[in-house]
Write a protein that binds this ligand. Structure first.
Ligand SMILES: *Cc1c(COP(=O)(O)O)cnc(C)c1O
Length: 352
């Protein structure tokens, strides 16, 4: 690398570190469960990152990893295959470094998401067939001399799983003064699989008794692969409506070995739990948070039935702002049938 480029690299890393240095950690919200004495639920609120979701952590890690590998330099166009929160967060970091950023997205992607990517300075490259996003991302990288940052491959290795204030270390530090500082369970979803890999490895490395549960949409391949490692893709036409989690193919960053249990959740149960939690908190949360809460209900009920006390920590992955035309739109919800309403009532009772 030329001296000028090495100086650019140092400045790029300084900017990301300085941004981190100015940031506060995300809150750990304590949720009392009066019906379940001795059991407390905690929500790690990842919606409070500058770009609104847990993908802020991932984007920071992916950029630092790519910079330190010298995959990204001062003239590199950065490309990602993402229709969602990852592209929004990556656009934020690309702009911070003065780099061009292109998100390769399926043509059907909802407008509010595209607006959020553009708001942070990203460009959109839409493709008609969603299955071609990876190929198109590779091709664009070759044509522009750019770098395909590839969240689904690198999420699990770009994060420092042993510490460095990753999400797991932050959770355990914030739990330190609680009655049950070591959670019985930590519950999260899997999109790239990066978050579950980090938490699962950290728990083992620190030798905690905590178990890791991954809540997965019924129409996702991950829990099927967990039960039978020969299953690697979903049957045709099977698709989850919960954005951010549940994939049609097993992604390279999904690490099943560090997961202690998976719970499959129907979309209508995720949406019902999402609505009930939003009402309880007084602000909207995203669908994958509902999936997590639904799995937490199962675990809390099992603990109570076994006479156990303790704590359960789950993630509030993102807020509801980007879902105004879907999950929080009465017409859209009506298209899902009324099944979510019974689920919302059950979750509301659980939280009351
Ligand atoms: C990406 C994402 C997840 C899953 O996190 P991974 O670390 O990618 O497995 C959950 N919820 C939302 C809203 C997401 O965007």
């Amino acid at each position: 690398m030329r001296d000028a480029d090495r100086a650019w690299l140092a400045e790029a890393i300084r900017r990301i570190e300085a941004d981190y240095n100015r940031s506060a950690d995300t809150h750990l919200i304590r949720v009392e469960l009066p019906r379940y004495p001795g059991i407390t639920l905690y929500l790690k609120d990842e919606s409070s990152h500058p770009t609104g979701s847990l993908k802020h952590r991932l984007a920071r890690s992916l950029f630092l990893y790519a910079l330190c590998n010298e995959w990204i330099g001062p003239r590199t166009t950065v490309i990602e295959a993402s229709s969602g929160s990852t592209a929004v967060s990556e656009a934020y970091f690309a702009r911070m470094l003065g780099l061009r950023f292109i998100a390769v997205v399926p043509a059907a992607t909802a407008a509010p998401k595209l607006d959020a990517i553009r708001f942070h300075g990203g460009e959109i490259h839409a493709v008609d067939d969603p299955r071609t996003v990876y190929d198109v991302a590779h091709r664009l990288a070759a044509e522009t001399g750019g770098h395909f940052i590839d969240q689904f491959t690198y999420a699990e290795r770009a994060t420092d799983w042993r510490g460095n204030n990753n999400i797991a270390e932050s959770i355990f530090a914030q739990m330190a003064e609680e009655e049950h500082p070591i959670p019985a369970w930590i519950v999260c979803g899997a999109g790239t699989g990066g978050t579950s890999a980090t938490i699962g490895r950290f728990i083992r490395y620190r030798r905690h008794a905590t178990r890791l549960c991954v809540a997965d949409p019924v129409h996702s391949v991950f829990h099927r692969h967990y039960a039978d490692r020969t299953v690697t893709t979903l049957p045709e036409g099977c698709a989850s409506r919960i954005e951010g989690i549940g994939r049609p193919r097993v992604e390279p960053s999904f690490v099943p070995g560090v997961i202690d249990r998976m719970i499959a959740v129907e979309d209508c149960d995720s949406l019902g739990a999402m609505r009930a939690l939003s009402d309880a908190l007084g602000r909207r949360v995203g669908g994958s948070t509902g999936t997590n809460i639904n799995a937490c209900m199962t675990l809390v009920e099992e603990m109570a039935a076994a006479g156990r006390t303790g704590s359960i920590v789950t993630l509030l992955c993102d807020g509801g702002e980007r879902y105004g035309c879907t999950y929080y739109d009465p017409d859209w919800l009506a298209g899902c049938g009324g099944a979510w309403e019974a689920s919302a009532e059950r979750t509301a009772a659980f939280l009351r």
